[in-house]
Design a protein around this ligand. Structure first.
Ligand SMILES: Nc1ncnc2c1ncn2[C@@H]1O[C@H](COP(=O)(O)OP(=O)(O)O)[C@@H](O)[C@H]1O
Ligand SMILES: N[C@@H](CCOP(=O)(O)O)C(=O)O
Length: 320
């Protein structure tokens, strides 16, 4: 359960007094998520999500995220529009922590994504990449390839604790990724955490919305596809579902066709994307604050994905 901060009725009433939303009629913590505390808030004027920013999100990055959400929503992309207070501010504080109110979005995430979900999710991702075009603010990917080796250096022991000898394997992966990391691919605003829990579907299975833009940054669009393939297209037994992956890319290409260079880069980008999530999960393993009922995510799930990519992925077959 990701609720790191308790909020009293008085604190909530004081927070809401800056808005024209009426009084709270319901307020409860949301179990899902790991990074921030999220609350479902119902007031006399509707339903909202109150997010209290806790962990990785740096306070100086919050305007980038909130302005991006506003930008996307203003362009018709189904993401949660931040709610401004009477003075026009979207970034606020509660209990001395940064916080924001955003629209509540209807929809359900897919607990076991099907091939059809993957196609829809792919299309939703391409839509996001197009809707982000022209967003004027910039944010470098602080979890991009140059940051992996320094991050791993702090957690080598933890890796060997999880699996003896793992640190040597990861060192080799990191060296190979540094040598072969693609440069010059088309870039723009990417989501960077487009996992099944961050994508909502309508009852008919169509893409409804994307949430949780708190890793969004400027990076290669194809890297975002690689993150997504890893998150959506592995089976519970650890095998890669090529049919789901092709559907995801086909859905993406309904809106934004990939160049041959982007297609060729996907296998190495997927290996890097697996490394990125292995590393942050490794860093979180054992570092979860006492009292926060949050179950850290398993780093070894991503180490197994990394092992699949080490063997090389043939996504499009020959001549595709
Ligand atoms: N705008 C929204 N509309 C509806 N539900 C939301 C919205 N934002 C977050 N949620 C709910 O809160 C949960 C956690 O949100 P998320 O942004 O993924 O948190 P975290 O950043 O901690 O991972 C989601 O799984 C979803 O159930
Ligand atoms: N998706 C990341 C963790 C971030 O969690 P989220 O709930 O904010 O998506 C992972 O799986 O490691």
């Amino acid at each position: 359960m990701a609720v790191y901060t308790d909020i009293t009725d008085d604190e909530l009433a004081a927070f809401l007094s800056d808005y024209d939303l009426g009084q709270a009629v319901a307020f409860k913590g949301i179990a899902e998520g790991v990074e921030n505390s999220n609350f479902l808030l119902e007031t006399e004027s509707g339903r909202f999500i109150l997010t209290v920013y806790e962990r990785r999100a740096k306070p100086e990055d919050l305007p980038y995220f909130l302005d991006l959400l506003t930008w996307l929503a203003d362009r018709g992309y189904p993401s949660a529009k931040p709610i401004a207070d009477r003075a026009g501010a979207t970034l606020k504080t509660i209990r001395g922590k940064p916080a924001a109110l955003v629209e509540f979005l209807p929809g359900l995430s897919a607990r076991r994504p099907t091939v059809a979900h993957c196609r829809e999710a792919g299309e939703g991702l391409a839509w996001l990449h197009l809707a982000g075009e022209g967003y004027p603010a910039r944010r470098a990917n602080d979890l991009g390839q140059p940051h992996w080796a320094p991050l791993f250096a702090k957690h080598r022991k933890a890796a060997d604790g999880l699996k003896p000898g793992l640190s040597a394997t990861i060192d080799k992966d990191l060296a190979e990724l540094a040598l072969s990391w693609p440069r010059g691919l088309p870039t723009g605003v990417i989501h960077a955490d487009y996992f099944p829990d961050n994508v909502f579907f309508k009852p008919d299975g169509k893409f409804a919305a994307a949430i949780d833009f708190y890793f969004a940054c400027d990076d290669a669009f194809a890297y975002d596809i690689a993150v997504t393939l890893n998150a959506w297209c592995f089976e519970a037994d650890g095998s890669f579902n090529i049919t789901a992956a092709r559907a995801l890319v086909a859905g993406y290409e309904r809106r934004r066709p990939l160049s041959p260079t982007e297609r060729d880069a996907i296998p190495i980008l997927a290996r890097g994307a697996a490394m990125r999530f292995f590393l942050t999960r490794l860093a979180d393993w054992g570092a979860t604050p006492a009292g926060a009922l949050v179950k850290p995510k398993d780093p070894l799930e991503y180490e197994r994905k990394l092992a699949v990519h080490r063997e090389g992925l043939s996504l499009f077959g020959t001549g595709a």
